[in-house]
Design a protein around this ligand. Structure first.
Ligand code: BEZ
Ligand code: FE
Length: 296
């Protein structure tokens, strides 16, 4: 055995400071802050749970399987972050709704971008889709209540049988997706079908965890919006309409009171939902779509 010429790792306690010291020269200050905290928390998590080697291998397999389950039409990393509540935590840290603006909600894994442009009152139903008609209308305003003309609403939703068009070869390309512009009075109108709650994909690593936890896989019924305008912070949100039980048991923890819509049924069986979106001042940004294409 050597005498001790320098301090190599010899006990469990040595590992964390040794690893952190190896990262000291990171130039990018934010990268250094994030990776330092990540190492400290991951090491603390391992000390708390003391995984066996088999459990560690299983955990690494799950991480690999998340990547392997992802493709142009499916984003498993987003889904996994969502079911662990990470996405909602990030959302609330960055969008607290304290300036009177409409609250945000998860982008989710099914935003494709590139949706067709629509005129005022156009329908986003592009192939036969079951379910009662839904008319979504209202205004986009600033936090002083002034209408914003020319605001862009990028909208998407699942069909009433619970699938987004990218998951379903039976739906036309971009079915239930479209881009709308507000008129001179800040108004928008969209014709669609009443959304239904739906299970998130369960034939994936996220599904394996949900089954093991005996959780309900359901999302409450909702319509997604990205609302943007010059000099305003882009709003990524969802308008919900469902039972209390469905809202409380949202598998991705996305439902919020302030963005619950009121669907009013008309005599002909169709529904109307009036909802005004409020944007706060800021710099518009646009999310990168988590998926690019449609299932083949
Ligand atoms: C969605 O709203 O489309 C969604 C969000 C998170 C996970 C799964 C679906
Ligand atoms: Fe959704």
């Amino acid at each position: 055995m050597h005498s001790k010429p320098f301090d190599l790792i010899s006990t469990e306690e040595d590992v964390t400071p040794f690893v952190l010291a190896a990262m000291q020269d990171t130039d990018n200050a934010r990268l250094k802050e994030i990776v330092t905290a990540l190492v400290k928390h991951l090491h603390a998590f391992i000390r708390e749970t003391r995984p066996t080697e088999e459990e560690f291998e299983k955990g690494l397999k799950i991480v690999n399987s998340i990547g392997q389950a992802s493709n142009d039409a499916h984003n498993e990393a987003v889904l996994y972050a969502d079911i662990l509540g990470l996405s909602t935590l990030i959302d609330l840290i960055n969008n607290d709704g304290m300036q009177g603006e409409t609250m945000s909600a998860l982008l989710g894994p099914f935003y494709r971008g590139q949706a067709p442009k629509c005129g005022f009152g156009d329908s986003i139903v592009r192939s036969e889709t079951p379910g009662p008609e839904l008319i979504l209308r209202g205004r986009v305003t600033d936090t002083d209540g002034q209408p914003i003309a020319g605001a862009l609403l990028d909208v998407w939703q699942a069909s009433p049988d619970g699938l987004y068009e990218n998951q379903d070869t039976g739906q036309a390309d971009h079915n239930l997706r479209g881009k709308f512009i507000t008129d001179a009075k800040g108004r928008y109108e969209i014709h669609s079908v009443k959304p239904a709650g739906y299970p998130i994909p369960m034939d994936t690593p996220a599904g394996d965890l949900i089954r093991a936890q005996k959780r309900k896989p359901m999302r409450p019924a909702h319509v997604h919006f990205i609302v943007s305008a010059p000099k305003c912070k882009t709003l990524i949100t969802q308008i919900f309409s469902d039972t209390e039980d469905a809202l409380l048991n949202d598998v991705v923890f996305g439902a919020k009171q302030q963005i619950s819509g009121n669907l009013v049924q008309r005599e002909d069986g169709s529904f109307v939902c009036e909802y005004d979106f409020v944007l706060k001042p800021g710099i518009p940004t646009f999310p990168e779509p988590p998926i690019k294409g449609k299932a083949k």
